[in-house]
Design a binder for this molecule. Structure first.
Ligand code: GDP
Ligand code: IMO
Ligand code: MG
Length: 430
């Protein structure tokens, strides 16, 4: 299979992990390149469910190499928890799972800071996952962070950790009125155990990826979050703290753009969002609740109910632009099985003027009015459908209309259920 980057095109939780797992069979190396344990990636295969926050979603395929690359903010505790669960389930990760020495560590004080900052913001809070993502990326940018490779030199790690700990304590307690309720020495002792377990996984992953590339191995880059949570292009400040778009696969893994053959945009058949911020097509009515229940729309990381709304083609068009999407994987079509009428947002109106493009400046998004067209539902199960032609006529018409509104980017996959088997492959990647 050609080298491909998988990205979310909306506000995350589009079903990226399901598609990654599906494509892993034809890939050799699966690479997580940004975000951290804020991600919640669900894979269901052979009746078993896995939720990954730190470990790449390709891991359940026993012969594949998985990499957590430099662009990730790395939560070692969460990582070890996940590999323990995999081992309990009989899956070995030895000699096929690597973590970049350049990835920045998410440390306990980052989580405390995340929580304290959120609490101090009251009503205007972002609604973060409180996994310490923002503070860890901020420390990386301000050059005070600790990296996975720093675990090699324990004395150096302890010295830098202790200094940061004292600074953070002041910031958290004196500026944000929060608490850093952990003891420095106990925390370091606990971290030493984590450190000893981490050492065998640490590698120069950009070299590893380059060697795989030279050997013409198939690389699959696993994005987290979605385009509208991107730090630059998303609905700022209601975004995450990394670049979530496809370009980030290069800086976040240390490979040049020439290595990427395809960008696969994961598109949910409707729209969801967890956390605060604008959401033009949000449904605060019966239909929103119906989507939430039918789609099981509760956050995989925090368990929060996801906000739900109709498909917003204005958003997905922007995603196609900023990601350079070459193929679409449309997910969760089955969630719409029980609707008589399904709406699609074709464009917005701003102050009475038609607007086809997502506003660049995010505060303008608060003022858009979505304009919809209606499509008839299909009111039946999709379970037996193995090809596009098997879909009911109204479902085919819905998919075709979405594609038409999305620059006619060809579909790769249509997903009709959470299980690996519930997947229609429209046209394989060449
Ligand atoms: P990700 O963060 O993009 O990987 O997505 P999540 O795993 O957070 O959320 C997607 C949810 O939808 C998970 O519970 C998946 O098991 C589920 N899912 C994925 N594809 C489909 C589908 O086509 N139909 C249905 N009904 N569920 C799906
Ligand atoms: P996956 O990879 C959905 C959201 C949070 C919050 C904002 C900032 O599963 O699609 P953060 O903790 O990153 O500082 O929170 O981003 N968020 C996600 N929403 N899916 C995700 O990941 C998310 N990761 C972060 O809810 O609004
Ligand atoms: Mg998710």
């Amino acid at each position: 299979m050609p080298n491909a980057v998988i990205v979310g095109t909306q506000w995350g939780d589009e079903g990226k992990a399901k598609v990654i797992d599906y494509l892993t069979e034809r890939s050799d190396v699966i690479i997580r390149f940004q975000g951290g344990a804020n991600a919640g990636h669900t894979v269901i295969a052979e009746g078993k469910k896995f939720v990954f926050h730190m470990v790449p979603s390709g891991i359940i395929n026993p012969n594949k190499v998985c990499v957590v690359a430099n662009g990730v903010v790395f939560d070692a505790q969460q990582f070890l928890l996940e590999i323990d669960e995999l081992k309990t389930g009989g899956l070995s990760v030895e000699n096929r799972l690597y973590v970049s020495d350049l990835a920045h560590l998410v440390l306990p004080y980052h989580k405390a800071q995340d929580q304290a900052v959120e609490s101090s913001m009251g009503k205007s809070k972002i609604g973060t996952t409180c996994r310490g993502i923002g503070p860890a990326y901020a420390d990386k940018a301000s050059r005070t962070g600790l990296r996975v490779g720093d675990l090699h030199d324990w004395d150096y790690f302890c010295e830098k950790f202790s200094k940061n700990f004292e600074n953070k304590k002041q910031i958290i307690e004196q500026i944000y009125n929060g608490t850093l309720d952990i003891d420095l020495n106990t925390t370091l002792k606990e971290f030493k155990v984590i450190r000893d377990r981490m050492l065998p996984f640490i590698a120069d992953t950009s070299h590893l990826i380059f060697e795989a590339y030279r050997q013409k191995k198939a690389l699959l880059f696993e994005g987290a979050q979605g385009a509208f949570l991107d730090l630059d292009h998303g609905t700022y400040p209601f975004v995450t703290s990394s670049n979530t778009i496809s370009g980030s696969a290069c800086s976040g893994s240390g490979i040049g753009p020439g290595a990427i053959d395809h960008v696969i945009g994961i598109v949910k058949s409707y729209t969801t969002r967890v956390g605060n911020g604008p959401f033009p097509t949000e449904l605060n009515c019966e239909n929103g609740e119906k989507l939430r229940v039918a789609g099981g729309e509760f956050g995989s990381t925090t368990g929060r109910p996801r906000r739900c709304g109709w498909f917003d083609s204005v958003m997905v068009r922007k995603s196609i632009q900023i990601n350079g999407i070459t193929r679409i994987a449309l997910t969760k079509l089955d969630v719409l099985n029980d609707f008589d009428e399904i709406k699609i947002c074709t464009h917005y109106e701003i102050n009475g003027t038609k607007c086809q493009q997502f506003p660049s400046y995010s505060r303008d998004i608060e003022n858009v009015i979505p304009v919809y067209e209606s499509m008839p539902g299909w009111r039946c199960e999709l379970g037996g459908c193995k090809s596009f032609d098997d879909l009911p006529d109204n479902a085919k018409a819905y998919v075709r209309r979405l594609q038409q509104l999305c620059y006619d980017v060809p579909a790769l996959i249509i997903s009709i259920g959470p299980d690996r088997n519930e997947t229609i492959e429209v046209e394989p990647l060449q």
